[in-house]
Each structure stands twice: as C-alpha cells, then as structure tokens.
Write a protein that binds this ligand. Structure first.
Ligand SMILES: [Cu+2]
Length: 358
C-alpha cells in the first residue's frame, strides 16, 4: 500500500491529504480470524512514517505494532516496510499513522477481522467510519497550535461519515448504505477522529450493540451510540420500515472545543431497497426522540483522595456485558507498586505531567 499526497474533497472543500494507493480515503482491510495480515507500506511522503494497528494484541509480534520510534524505526521517505502479523481476536479495529499528526491528514483506515464462529444473526454488514475533518493541513495547524499561548487545540471544520460530509455546499454529497427490505445489517462504527466525540444514529431506527472494541457483548439496544476518538462499536439494524431513504447522523459534541466547529453534523443515507419497488429519493422525515437512549462511555472521576494509604479503585460501570466473560485471574503474588503523579503543566502547549518524578 503506497502512501501518497492526493487531492481530497470529502465535504466539497478541496485540500491536499494523505491517500493510499493514490486514493483518498485509505481503504478498509478485511480478513478472517486466523489469517495472517501482510501489508507493505511504501512511503511516498516527504516525511517519515509508521502505521499502527489500533487495538490488535501483538503478543508475539511487538515489532509489528507500528508505533514509530517505540517499536520500530520510522519508514524513511522513499522507503518501505512490511507489517506481518496474525491477529488473535476478531472484531472491528483500525489502522493509522503513528508518526506526527499524519493520521489527521488522512492516513487512517478500518481493519475488520471476521469471526468464523460469529454468534449473531445478520445478512449484511457495512463500515461506518466517523471522524473530524480539518480544511487546513496539520503542517499548518500543528505549528500554530504549538506557538499559541491558549493551549486550545485546532477546531475541526466539519465531520465526515464514511468520508463524506457537508460543509458550505448547496448541492451536497451524501454517503449511502443500501440494505434490502426486512434484512438485518451489522454496522461497524469506527471513530477515527483526531479529537471529536461523535454520536451516531439513524432516524427512526434503533441500534443493537453487539461488539465493543473487538469484544462481543450481549445484544443491548440504544437510539444513539456516542463514540470517543478511537472507540468502535458494532450495531445491528433491522431494515423493517418501508423502502425509502432514512437519515444517518454523525454529530460532533461541540463542547470539547474552544469554539464550536462551524459544521458539527454529517448526514448519510440509509436506503432500504424493496424488491421491485422504486425507492423514493427524498429522505423520510422523522420527528426527533424526546428521550433517546444513549450509549456513552462513562468516565468516572474518582473522589478526592484524603488518605494516601486508601486509594480507591473506581471502576466505570457499564450497561454492556461480554458475551463470553473472561474471569479476572486469581491473585497469586502481590507486587507493591508506588506511583506518584505531579500536576499537569503546560510546556509548549503539550500537556505534561510527572510520573514518579519523571
Ligand atoms: Cu491508535
């Protein structure tokens, strides 16, 4: 797979971006559990690179993890490197540059590992790739960010749903997923954003979560699934409404940015196709839900610690349960580990802190 600078206009604004094999966006990779993945990266960029396989357990193949500088020397401009590994788990993953800010410029894609013993029932599947999109390249954004005194991260210009968004357009493009009437489709949601928290929903349909970051879970139904950057969920959707066009929504949470992004919503078309029926072109208008059931990762902030000898371990409660629970290993040996944390400080706008004084 070659890495190339290409023209990209995913939300109708055109800019230079990183593509793969001369194409933006970079392609998804599909494989079966048990297969060996072998990808040769040919670096046609003018800078060093590396490609990380996000979420893949690399127990016996650490040198293939793709964390530039940490697990390998970066791939020089004009150079190449072959990643070869056999993932131990099925599920929905993604790959991205692990060098500088290249993935925000486009070096990202999805990695799907099919489970031959799939326990769920569905007839179709599709990826739903979600990420924030910047109209300026990070070669401009990063120096600006590091030079600013506010520490505010760059604000994205729009959000993309399967590499299509709507920004300042009157005739806008929409991504499309087609599904036959009355069938069940598995949507593999991937948030490969730089920063954005993105909520996904389909007007008038419920989403039944069956996978979280490669772990199959007991099917649980929601109206909206909210993904933090790098999270993945698989959801089942039953196409049991009349053939027609329904709206998929990818909505960025504007509150994490210093100023709200100019565009926070990307729409896509979820098209139910009936045999012998002509699908109406206009999207079906569905009234918004008053109390949508939202799945959201829960980040609990531990209570203030007053007794240094009694540090509470706070687990995040979750409404999801693994399909095959893996018991916590029995404790056989106790290793005391002392960790001390010093407050964060701003250094060249990179958030920094001290762990055990380092
Ligand atoms: Cu990653």
């Amino acid at each position: 797979m070659s890495l190339d600078i290409v023209q990209a206009c995913p939300d109708t604004f055109c800019r230079q971006a990183i593509g793969c094999n001369q194409v933006f966006p970079c392609p998804p990779i599909y494989m079966n559990l048990g297969d060996t993945l072998s990808v040769t990266i040919i670096n046609n960029l003018a800078e060093r690179t590396s490609v990380h396989w996000h979420g893949i357990v690399q127990t016996d193949s650490v040198e293939m993890d793709g964390a530039g500088i940490l697990t390998q020397c970066e791939i020089l401009p004009g150079g190449s490197f072959t990643y070869t590994f056999t993932p131990p788990d099925s599920g929905t993953y993604w790959y991205h540059s692990h060098s500088s800010t290249q993935y925000i410029d486009g070096l990202r894609g999805s990695l799907v590992i099919f489970n031959p013993a799939n326990p769920f029932t569905y007839q179709y599947q599709s990826l739903v790739e979600l990420y924030d999109w910047y109209h300026l390249p990070t070669s401009i954004l990063l120096p600006e960010y590091l030079a600013s005194l506010t520490g505010d991260e760059p604000v994205p210009d729009s959000v993309l749903l399967n590499a299509v968004g709507q920004s300042g357009c009157t005739v806008c493009p929409y991504s499309e997923i087609q599904v036959p009437h009355n069938s069940v489709i598995r949507l593999r949601l991937v948030n490969s954003a730089a920063m954005a928290i993105i909520s996904f929903s389909i007007d008038g349909f419920q989403l039944t979560v069956i996978e979280v970051d490669g772990i199959e879970v007991v099917p649980t139904t929601f109206d909206v699934v909210r993904l933090n950057a790098a999270q993945r969920y698989s959801v089942l959707v039953t196409a049991n409404k009349d053939p027609g066009v329904y709206l998929m929504r990818a909505e960025m949470d504007p509150t994490i940015f210093a100023t709200p992004p100019p565009v926070t919503l990307a729409l896509g078309h979820f098209v139910i196709v009936g045999e012998g029926t002509v699908v109406p072109q206009a999207p079906v208008i569905t009234p918004p839900l008053l109390n949508p059931i939202v799945l959201s990762a829960n980040f609990n902030i531990p209570p203030a610690i007053t007794n240094p000898n009694a540090i509470p371990f706070v687990e995040s409660p979750t409404v999801l349960t693994p399909l095959v629970p893996i018991p916590v290993p029995q404790r056989t040996t106790t290793y005391p580990v002392v960790l001390s944390f010093a407050p964060l400080l701003a250094r060249q706008n990179a958030n920094a802190g001290f762990l055990n004084g380092i």
